[in-house]
Design a protein around this ligand. Structure first.
Ligand code: NAD
Ligand code: MG
Length: 386
């Protein structure tokens, strides 16, 4: 019998964490779970740690550690808490680490997983957007296999297999357009958090759902693609595809376009990462194209949704611009979800923060984390002005 593969899941209690664990649950003999982490959610985390016999369970928020400890009493599972413990857990040897914490909070543990020099399946796009050069340099330095888990990037990764970047004419990211795709500027100004987190095709965490509604998700993904697939920014395109069936595509010099299609279920790209370079079964229903009837495509509208323009500008500027964009967006999304600002103010706040704050390029993880904190202070100051 082959040895089980060891796996850690950073952000195990989230949407990506749950989909990953759902796949592992179907074939438990194949896997040995090392670390499972959450921000707080101690009861959920303890339940998962017991079910999967994890080595260690971590809450990033130390104030939740007492609850985690009592929920895991007698289990033999290590219960730890705090930022340092999170990084230490991400450093425990694991054949593959799923980086699925939301936001720049996932950066340091993701980096710790990368430094193991094994495989990292990356869902945590904010980490790559904030620290693209620092993170990709670490991947190269440690010989790490970086597997893109975001559905678009996973699609591109699959379409690029066996091909050479020199042969690529363009890469097109598809975007569902989110729940407000057809809303007028006036309607957008009055959009509520409940409306924004109700995505038509995908079931996701609150932050990425708001990002899909503003199109910042696609903006972050454009920057993510720029780091993952260095073909040049001018070759990266975005097209709105409301059905979310074509997950992205690569066009080659000879005029061939390869696309990856699949159901809008994250278990497909997750399975692709977990099994790579082989394939594994998923419980997802096969695509029924005749039933779908038609697939449609249209250009994005950057008047109503300025996020992709801002992201392209940040990627063109390089340096710390994408970091500032991401930090300001995280603050603005949290403020929107808390009912403090209007939906349309999110992009305005991001643009204002980017205009007012353009620091020098960070060259280390510590510099990235310090600049991220500074950018958040600047963005919060705009909230007070509003
Ligand atoms: P989620 O909100 O459902 O879960 C986030 C996880 O991170 C939880 O386990 C939470 O406890 C943990 N977490 C939150 N704040 C933390 C902090 N400060 N420190 C440590 N841990 C913290 O989010 P999600 O939808 O699963 O998304 C996770 C990441 O994957 C995001 O970067 C998102 O952009 C990306 N992603 C998600 C999807 C999707 O379908 N959900 C698709 C593509 C990419
Ligand atoms: Mg995506």
């Amino acid at each position: 019998m082959t040895q089980p593969r060891s796996i850690s899941i950073l952000g195990a209690t989230g949407s990506i964490g749950a989909s990953t664990l759902d796949l592992i649950r179907r074939d438990p003999g194949k896997w040995r779970v090392v670390a499972l982490t959450a921000n707080c959610q101690a009861a959920d985390l303890a339940r998962l740690a017991r079910e999967f016999s994890a080595e260690v369970a971590v809450v990033a928020d130390e104030s939740c550690l007492a609850e985690l400890r009592s929920a895991l009493a007698g289990s033999g599972i290590d219960a730890v808490g705090g930022a340092t413990a999170l990084v230490e857990a991400a450093s425990r040897p694991a054949d593959i680490t799923v980086a699925a914490i939301v936001g720049c909070a996932g950066l340091a543990p993701t980096m710790a997983a990368i430094e193991q020099g094994r495989s990292v399946a990356l869902a945590n796009k904010e980490a790559l957007v904030s620290a693209g050069d620092v993170l990709t340099a670490a991947v190269a330095r440690h010989g790490t296999t970086l597997l893109p888990m975001d559905s678009e990037h996973n699609a591109i990764f699959q379409c690029l297999a066996g091909n050479n970047y020199d042969h690529v004419r363009s890469i097109t990211l598809t975007a569902s357009g989110g729940p407000f795709r057809d809303w007028s500027a006036q309607q957008l100004a009055a959009a509520t958090p409940a409306q924004a987190i109700k995505h038509p095709n995908w079931d996701m965490g609150a932050k990425i759902s708001v990002d899909s509604a503003t199109m910042f998700n696609k903006g972050l993904e454009l920057i993510e693609a720029h780091h993952l697939f260095p073909v040049g920014l001018e070759k990266l395109k975005i097209v709105v595809h409301p059905q979310s069936v074509v997950h992205s595509m690569v066009e080659y010099r000879d005029g061939s376009t390869l696309a990856q299609l699949g159901p809008s279920d994250m278990r497909v790209p997750i399975a692709s990462c977990l099994a790579w370079p082989a394939r594994m079964d998923t419980p997802c229903a096969p695509l029924d194209l005749a039933k779908l009837g038609e697939l449609t495509f249209r250009a994005p509208d950057e008047q109503r949704f300025p996020a992709t323009r801002l992201a392209r500008e940040a990627a063109e500027a390089g340096g710390a611009a994408a970091l500032v964009l991401n930090a300001a967006n995280e603050i603005a999304v949290a403020a929107f979800l808390a009912g403090q600002i209007a939906f349309t103010r999110i992009a305005v706040m991001v643009e204002e923060t980017m205009t007012r704050f353009s620091p020098a390029t960070p060259t280390s993880l510590d510099e990235v984390i310090a600049l991220d904190a500074e950018a958040r202070v600047r963005a919060r100051a705009l909230l007070e002005l509003a």
